[in-house]
Design a protein. Structure first.
Length: 553
């Protein structure tokens, strides 16, 4: 067989075998003997290859595909020469919001696009099941509400929450373009309601229902552009040319058979994060090891691992959008749901206490920052305490109190008290039901009511606009919360064009990424609405940039 420099990076089931084994340049790509541990006779690791590639190339030991060592349209894989099953300009891997918008954007630029999705339907992604809140600045919705917002202020809020560890260029691209997402969807008929949210300095969260509504609109648009979507077609490997590092395409699996798809221009990875993979949560999110799994079951981190195998750099893997307000529904798999008790506290006047019945954090603190505070609290648990008046106002708004439940289900929970809500006519009874310190709970409520009367919170400096209601009207409610992983903040490192960077921070030719698989945007802390907004905004930009690549056909 003739020598070639085209390989497919392996995505093995073992996450610990991170070294890609590659053929020696002197032998080309050939069948090699397996030693049973992933090592092959006559192979070198990618790390060794990076060190020695220059010497090998200089000695002429590695052939070049462009030199016609392979017949046109062929690709060498582990000693075999196979035909590409299909060719297209841009391959998008992952059918969530970032992927669909990216595919649509590339198609609108005039490219032939193919979208690969491992699930059988488009409604199992994190985007489709999310709460549907989109953070954006300088939108027409804000202007109509008399709110003067600026991208610079949005940038400042994200950087402050992320403790200034964020990728500044990525934050800049996102905040300066976020308004375009809202305007695009408004033209498609979505109606937005503005919401306040802890971590934002003004009302910036645009709510229009669940994420599925956004996905439905995108699917309609992509269908009109005749962009094919291959469902139940998981990507398995990224095909690269290792003399140049250029991405050539994707090896996927369809109906149990491997298929090779060539990307004449680029591959865009939009496979989401790893928040649905409890093993990766425990491996990377060390401070929250054992946390409730709240992301889509499809958020298994496969795209991240494939990108790493293709020499992609990673960043912020130890950080995630871990909210303080989760509850377990399936103990055997650690899966659960998240309630919006943070709104009951920060907006409607409730308070946050720990297991001992004491306040420990300012109520306007973002849900992810509260989760960090829980790492030093008894049993890592928060309780939202409110009275009937606050509860009724909380339930009357159009936003679902639990992501994934209807309001009827929440009301049923308030009566049955099965998962996370306790209700009682007295504080003593509430403490008993919720397992709180009765004496300290009563003292905490008494002190807080006095702060409301005085208009000043000497303990945590609560904002005056939220320090306006005493907790006095029975029945009283307690909403229990535990850390739950909803979004992962770490992922592939990209530049401002959404090109994936190698360990030397040089763009990998032909490889782009967007959505939750990208790391660095949120820094160490996440503000709600930023993830879904970034998937939409940056997915659209990545698709356009991928389409601008020079064709390698």
């Amino acid at each position: 067989m003739k020598k070639s420099n085209t390989i497919i990076t392996n995505h093995s089931k073992s996450e610990d075998q991170m070294d890609q084994r590659m053929p020696k340049g002197s032998k080309g790509i050939e069948e090699s003997k397996s030693f049973g541990d992933g090592t092959q006779e006559g192979s070198i690791t990618r790390r060794q290859f990076v060190v020695g590639a220059g010497t090998a190339l200089a000695g002429g030991a590695i052939g070049i595909v462009g030199g016609s060592l392979l017949p046109s349209g062929d690709v060498a894989i582990a000693g075999t020469t196979k035909k590409w099953n299909k060719e297209t300009d841009v391959i998008v891997v992952g059918g969530g919001a970032a992927g669909i918008f990216g595919a649509l954007s590339a198609s609108e630029a005039g490219d032939q696009v193919l979208l690969l999705e491992k699930e059988p339907i488009p409604y199992l992604s994190s985007s489709a099941i999310c709460g549907g809140s989109v953070a954006a600045a300088r939108t027409s919705v804000q202007k109509e509400a008399g709110i003067e917002d600026r991208p610079g202020l949005f940038y400042k809020d994200i950087m402050e929450e992320g403790e200034y560890t964020n990728d500044k260029n990525l934050v800049k691209v996102f905040t300066e373009n976020s308004w375009k997402t809202i305007e695009w969807f408004r033209k498609k008929g979505l109606k937005f309601v503005l919401r306040a949210y802890p971590g934002f300095s003004l009302d910036r969260l645009h709510y229009a229902g669940t994420g599925r509504q956004f996905v439905d609109i995108l699917l309609k648009e992509i269908k009109a552009k005749n962009v094919p979507i291959y469902y139940e077609t998981p990507a398995k490997r990224i095909v690269i040319e290792y003399s140049t590092g250029r991405v050539l395409g994707i090896e996927a699996e369809k109906a149990g058979k491997k298929i090779l798809i060539k990307a004449r221009k680029a591959v865009l990875i939009t496979t989401g994060g790893f928040g649905g993979n409890k093993d990766m949560i425990d491996r990377f999110l060390i401070p929250f090891k054992g946390a409730i799994v709240g992301s889509s079951p499809g958020a298994t981190g496969t795209g991240l691992l494939m990108g790493m195998k293709a020499t992609g750099s990673v960043t912020h893997l130890s950080y995630g959008a871990v909210y303080a307000y989760g509850f377990v529904t399936k103990p055997d798999t650690r899966r659960g749901l998240m309630h919006r008790g943070y709104d009951l506290a920060s907006v409607f006047g409730g308070i946050l206490i720990n297991k001992n019945g004491k306040r420990f954090v300012k109520e306007e603190t973002s849900p992810t920052s509260v989760a960090w505070a829980l790492t030093s609290q008894p049993e890592h648990t928060v309780y939202v305490i409110s009275d009937r008046v606050m509860w009724e106002e909380f339930m009357a708004r159009p936003v679902f109190p639990v992501i994934g439940w209807t309001k009827e289900q929440v009301l049923e929970e308030a009566e049955k008290e099965k998962y996370f809500i306790n209700k009682a006519d007295t504080l003593e009874e509430l403490a008993r039901k919720a397992g709180l310190n009765q004496k300290d709970l009563k003292k905490t409520i008494s002190n807080y009511n006095s702060y409301v009367a005085k208009g000043h919170d000497p303990e945590f400096g609560r904002d005056k606009k939220h320090l306006r209601k005493k907790i006095v009207a029975p029945p009283f409610y307690s909403l229990k919360g535990l850390p739950i992983v909803m979004v992962t903040c770490g992922g592939l490192k990209v530049n401002e064009r959404l090109q994936v960077l190698d360990p030397y921070l040089v763009p990998i030719p032909g490889l782009y990424a967007a959505g939750e698989v990208v790391g660095g945007l949120h820094g160490t802390r996440y503000i709600g609405g930023d993830g879904f907004a970034a998937a939409l905004c940056l997915g659209r930009i990545a698709g356009k940039n991928a389409a601008s690549e020079k064709s390698e056909a």
